[in-house]
Design a protein around this ligand. Structure first.
Ligand code: ADP
Ligand code: MG
Length: 305
């Protein structure tokens, strides 16, 4: 997944060996990579992406679950979240190929936009399979696969009887129980600035997952403008508004991860309205003339104590 991970366990149940547990965790992550990575040419997802067939293709149950959740978030957000945005992610230089540092030509954007649209992806439960309605459809799960991976590691820990843990992978976090001092976990929300790592605020939270998306880590600058890796599927271009980051608190890490990216696309007004309506706990950090302002939803207030 091109990133690092941390697992903290405050109390190991008797008979559970830390080193052995570490091996099991990396096996879980390797399997998810083999199913869902666009960076591995022979992953299950890469094989589907390369297959020009518009017939039904069998998929593994785990990949199916992630695709199903992606499609649900697409419908919820009116297509702001869309895993078929992959060709544009690649065109703008944020995909598996080497990064490039200038915007692509207009006609190329138009061309790739023809391949985008979550409705071109069909899912079927019995037997679990997917169908690309257009041959060139290309799926990119980078916006929620890390969250899914965090959930799977959390599930492994639960199976081992572990009830006090923090799982973090590429910034996606899931928490349960208490830390070493017997208190809720303390997790920082970063100040959304690329220059150096600073803290915006610290949350004391547990039994919840947290995800942040922002425009301040993965981007390039050209002609004094910042082009971030979040693409608006409606325009084929990186988002352009004053929203610097969104932090979501939700029961699962996969949903938090996807929603954070979705809110980043929708922006500070539309995103906020949807989050309010859906009772989603969200903290928006918005750029203004002299720094940042925060805007949080009603559902977020319970975490601000
Ligand atoms: P990160 O991967 O840095 O944690 P996100 O979870 O926000 O950040 O995912 C961003 C990635 O999602 C991009 O690099 C791209 O691969 C993909 N992506 C970009 N725009 C969209 C979108 N509108 N819908 C779904 N996925 C997207
Ligand atoms: Mg995301």
């Amino acid at each position: 997944m091109g990133t690092s991970y941390t697992v903290k366990v405050s109390r190991l149940p008797e008979g559970i060996d830390g080193a052995r547990l570490g091996e099991k965790i990396s096996a879980v992550l390797e399997q998810i990579n083999a199913q869902m990575s666009t960076y591995l040419a022979d992953s299950e997802l890469s094989r589907i992406n390369r297959n020009p067939s518009t017939d039904w293709q069998p998929v593994s149950r785990p990949l199916y679950r992630v695709l199903l959740e992606a499609q649900r978030i697409s419908r919820l957000t009116g297509g702001a979240f869309d895993i078929t945005v992959g060709p544009l992610v690649n065109l703008w230089g944020f995909g598996p190929a080497a990064m490039q540092f200038e915007p692509p030509a207009e006609d190329l954007i138009e061309e790739q936009l023809n391949l985008v649209g979550y409705r071109h992806l069909q899912l079927r439960e019995e037997p679990v399979s997917v169908r690309k309605a257009i041959a060139g459809l290309y799926l990119d799960l980078s916006a929620l696969a890390k969250g899914y991976a965090v959930d799977q590691v959390a599930e492994l820990l639960e199976q081992q009887g572990i009830t006090d843990y923090m799982v973090e992978l590429g910034g996606e976090i899931r928490l349960r129980g208490s830390n070493l001092s017997g208190k809720p976990w303390r997790i920082a929300v970063e100040k959304p600035t690329p220059e150096k790592r600073m803290i915006q605020r610290v949350l004391s939270i547990t039994d919840v997952a947290m995800a942040t998306s922002g425009d301040y880590r993965n981007f390039f600058e050209f002609d004094g403008r910042r082009f971030s890796h979040t693409i608006d599927p409606r325009t084929g271009r990186p988002i352009e508004h004053r929203l610097a980051s969104v932090t979501i608190l939700r029961q699962t890490s996969m949903e938090a991860d996807a929603l954070a990216t979705a809110m980043m696309v929708l922006g500070p007004e539309q995103g906020y309205q949807l989050a309010e309506k859906e009772k989603i706990a969200a903290l928006f950090i918005i750029k203004d003339a002299d720094g940042f302002v925060e805007k949080s939803t009603s559902a977020f207030q319970q975490y601000l104590r």
